[in-house]
Ligand binder design. Structure first.
Ligand code: NAD
Length: 266
């Protein structure tokens, strides 16, 4: 492992990007090489002495040893992933809201150059994801599973990528497909809840960083597992940890934060 991990932050003027730049600048294990964002924003000060660019490809070519970290939009992240595959740049993606088609394309890119994607980079959520299958199996089918997520008013995708990951983990523990069992809207005279359902509801407002609750609703009892992100720092710290891990990986499959924590816990 290189003593210092060089990073390029794509979407560096955004909420997550700014947090990542601050951390990377202040932690001795990282070197912030370049910040990339949309051209029209680059006039405002980035507050950093590194390269500030609007072209992710130029940043990757200028800093061939760096790992790129993308927190932008699904379309922008797909462009980044295409460039990273072309230039063999390891890429950590935190962006959420990809279509199934875009996810398949990311899997293709990951066969060419190392790519890690996680809809939630926090250690807490990833440990919860690891525990969820065990909990689901131990409680058994008598417990209905419902998921609630809450985020700030500016979040563009719903339900959150994290809620979908939690839903996938619960569904696959019951050998279900989330696509066939997910219930994201209940309105009107809809009848009784089915046995084969996982409800996922999204709340939006204010400046909530991110709350996820998984409920197991059973006979005479409720179990709630809740994760509440107080700041974005957890996500940014996780993304940097992922970048450090990814620099030593070879391409092959799309990695996730689960790969990082499992290796570190083992
Ligand atoms: P934001 O809107 O504050 O920031 C996005 C930034 O990307 C903006 O500065 C925007 O100008 C920039 N951008 C857009 N298109 C670009 C392009 N073509 N080239 C370069 N830059 C471009 O959003 P945010 O709150 O920072 O979130 C970003 C993404 O990260 C969202 O998808 C969000 O859901 C996700 N997110 C993931 C995690 C996680 O742990 N994985 C945590 C928080 C947010």
């Amino acid at each position: 492992m290189n003593a210092i991990t060089k990073v390029i932050i794509i979407g560096g003027y955004g909420r997550m990007g700014k947090m990542l730049c601050d951390l990377a600048r202040n932690e001795s294990a990282f070197e912030l090489c370049a910040v990339v964002d949309r051209k029209e924003l680059l006039d405002s000060a980035s507050g950093c002495e590194c390269d500030v660019m609007s072209d992710a490809g130029e940043a990757m070519r200028t800093h061939p040893e760096a790992v790129a970290i993308d927190f932008t939009t699904p379309d922008a992240a797909m462009d980044t992933a295409g460039l990273a595959a072309l230039l063999s740049t390891p890429l950590v993606i935190g962006t959420t809201g990809f279509s199934e088609e875009q996810k398949s394309k990311l899997e293709e890119f990951a066969r060419v150059s190392p790519v890690l994607w996680s809809a939630n980079m926090s250690i807490g959520v990833n440990v919860l994801l690891d525990l969820l299958p065990r909990l689901t199996k131990a409680l058994g089918p008598a417990y209905d599973i419902e998921i609630m997520e809450m985020h700030h008013r500016r979040k563009k995708d719903a339900p959150s990528g994290t809620a979908l990951m939690l839903g996938e983990a619960a569904a696959s523990s019951r050998s279900w497909s989330l696509g066939q069992t997910r219930r994201s809207c209940r309105d009107g005279l809809i009848g009784e809840r089915g046995d084969r359902e996982i409800g996922i509801q999204a709340l939006r407002g204010g400046d909530v960083v991110g709350i996820h609750s998984v409920y197991f609703l059973g006979p005479g009892e409720i179990i709630e597992i809740r994760h509440q992100a107080e700041t974005r720092e957890n996500f940014a710290q996780g993304a940097l940890r992922a970048a450090r891990w990814l620099q030593d990986q070879t391409p092959g499959r799309l990695y996730s934060m689960q790969d990082v924590i499992r290796e570190e816990i083992a």
